[in-house]
Design a protein around this ligand. Structure first.
Ligand SMILES: Cc1cc2nc3c(=O)[nH]c(=O)nc-3n(C[C@H](O)[C@H](O)[C@H](O)COP(=O)(O)OP(=O)(O)OC[C@H]3O[C@@H](n4cnc5c(N)ncnc54)[C@H](O)[C@@H]3O)c2cc1C
Length: 466
């Protein structure tokens, strides 16, 4: 029997898809290499079928079957990943969107328990009805799932106040290869040996499938104060961000654009001059006073605060823009290429990290723009946007590889980490051993112990069949 037929027997024929359109849709994520291959008509392998379990028990049945038949499986949430985390040719895709129930809201403990296939806006809507917010706002909010956030160790644009996804997780349920269901206890903290459930956070589908997550939520903010500050040099802006991060002023939004990135942000506002631009938002009690203190602390020149409103309104436009540019219909022309590289470093090393990556990437791209966001008392994330109008798609493919080789090497040489929040997938797998050092062997041993037959998303994180 074919896998699709066996799986139909197992969880029902309506839960298994093999229509070519379904297979094409689930063959990749939204990485630039995948979008480029689709535009160029480069052939890519299709999965065997797409299964859509709607309970944890069904996920367990599918993973038991996969282990028994040694069939590779690739978990698929919203498919919004940008790191080639999903390359499912020849595998069975386990699409998790049917795990779409929000199971419980514990008002007293401010915890929401949800199945992992719930999309960002659905969770936000339910939380709003209870006067709450998760505060996790990736640009891809509308097209990504709770399970995908956990599996990629995602970070939203408001991380300065709410933290990243790992800070929000209070407990989770996951299914291991072979079908064993593991549940972690939901408690605020415990000292009961290593935190094993956190192995799933950032595991990118290589260790198991996250089926349920309990998340910490906060009351919806009632007040917001926005401020824009301008600087002469990026270094002054970086110094201001460090002071704000270490001040206890608790901003919600911190986004420092370098002149090239400010030009992208202001592209529809010709009356505004680019330059180094810092956007800040503060929420809740004392928001206005804290915003004013931050501006003073920054030693910058106050700018037009309405630019921050503009950012809030357009904060997720990148989802559509990426698709337009990579379809060849945008301002970069038919062979336009755009990708993003997000790295992290400490404040002591951030200046060198910025310059080494910026200088190297500017040689290779028409535009190499950068913003600093996701700030911490000890450092921050540098997010590079690279864009080029290429001669043809074959040239674009070569340019893309050069961006990554040069960007990753410059990052590692300057002491940065190769991913702040997009994960590793297959795109950055080559550099993971250097990034992790001795821990690379530990990761491989963990993979061998949990997934001895190497059936879970083989290739992601550079972990193949062992
Ligand atoms: C325009 C754009 C903007 C973006 N902005 C942000 C941003 O602001 N912040 C950010 O962090 N990311 C961002 N991303 C990246 C992406 O949206 C995130 O990585 C997101 O967390 C992926 O969620 P998903 O549900 O789409 O996962 P998918 O893309 O479906 O999967 C991602 C990886 O996780 C695995 N996986 C998915 N679900 C599960 C599960 N339940 N259990 C186990 N493994 C699973 C998959 O196998 C794959 O390896 C952006 C992407 C785009 C296209």
């Amino acid at each position: 029997m074919k896998p699709a037929d066996e799986l139909a027997d197992l969880i029902g024929p309506h839960r298994v898809g093999s229509h070519p359109a379904d297979l094409h849709r689930h063959a990749t994520d939204r990485s630039t290499s995948a979008l480029l291959a689709r535009r160029a008509g480069t052939p890519y392998d299709l999965p065997q079928c797409v299964v859509r379990p709607h309970t944890t028990e069904q996920v367990a049945q599918v993973l038991e079957w996969a282990q028994r038949t040694r069939t590779p499986v690739v978990p698929y949430g919203g498919g919004s990943g940008v790191s080639d985390g999903i390359v499912s040719g020849g595998a069975v895709v386990i699409e998790l969107r049917a795990l779409n129930e929000i199971l419980d809201f514990d008002e007293k403990s401010r915890l929401v328990r949800t199945q992992s296939g719930v999309l960002g806006p659905d969770l936000a809507k339910a939380l709003r009805s209870w006067g709450q917010t998760l505060g996790h706002e990736p640009q891809s909010m509308g097209i990504s799932t709770v399970g995908g956030w956990v599996a990629t160790r995602a970070s939203g644009q408001l991380s300065a106040r709410y933290g990243s996804i790992e800070d929000m997780i209070s407990g989770l349920e996951a299914v291991l290869p072979g079908g064993r269901v593991l549940r972690s206890k939901t408690v605020p903290r415990r000292a009961t040996g290593p935190d094993l459930a956190s192995l799933m956070v950032g595991s990118e589908g290589t260790l198991g499938i996250v089926t349920e997550v309990t998340l910490k939520v906060s009351p919806l903010p009632t007040e917001r104060a926005n401020r824009c500050v301008r600087f002469q040099h990026m270094a002054d802006g970086v110094a201001a961000c460090r002071k704000i991060a270490q001040s206890g002023l608790a901003p919600t939004l911190v986004r420092l654009y370098d002149p090239e990135d400010a030009a992208i942000f202001l592209r529809n506002m010709p009356e505004e001059t680019p330059g180094t631009l810092l956007l800040l938002s503060f929420e809740e009690a004392g928001a206005v006073q804290r915003a004013d203190q931050a501006v003073e602390l920054s030693s910058g020149v106050p700018g037009d605060d309405s630019l921050v409103d503009h950012w809030w309104e357009h904060r997720n436009d990148a989802v559509e823009q990426l698709m337009i540019l990579m379809s060849g219909e945008g301002v970069l022309g038919p062979h336009g290429l755009v990708d993003t590289i997000e790295v992290s470093g400490t404040w002591s090393g951030l200046r060198e990290l910025y310059h080494s990556m910026k200088d190297a990437l500017s040689e290779l791209a028409d535009i190499a723009a950068c913003h600093l966001s996701h700030i911490y008392p000890d450092g921050g994330c540098l997010y590079f946007t690279l864009a080029s109008a290429c001669e043809d798609d074959a040239v674009a493919a070569v340019v893309l590889e050069r961006w990554w080789e040069v960007g990753m090497e410059a990052c590692l040489q300057a002491g940065g980490s190769i991913s702040h929040h997009h994960g590793i997938g297959r795109r950055k797998a080559r550099w993971l051993p250097e990034e992790l050092g001795e821990w690379w062997d530990v990761l491989r041993s963990v993979k061998a112990a949990i997934d001895p037959h190497g059936i879970m998303n083989p290739g992601a994180l550079g972990l193949g069949a062992s």
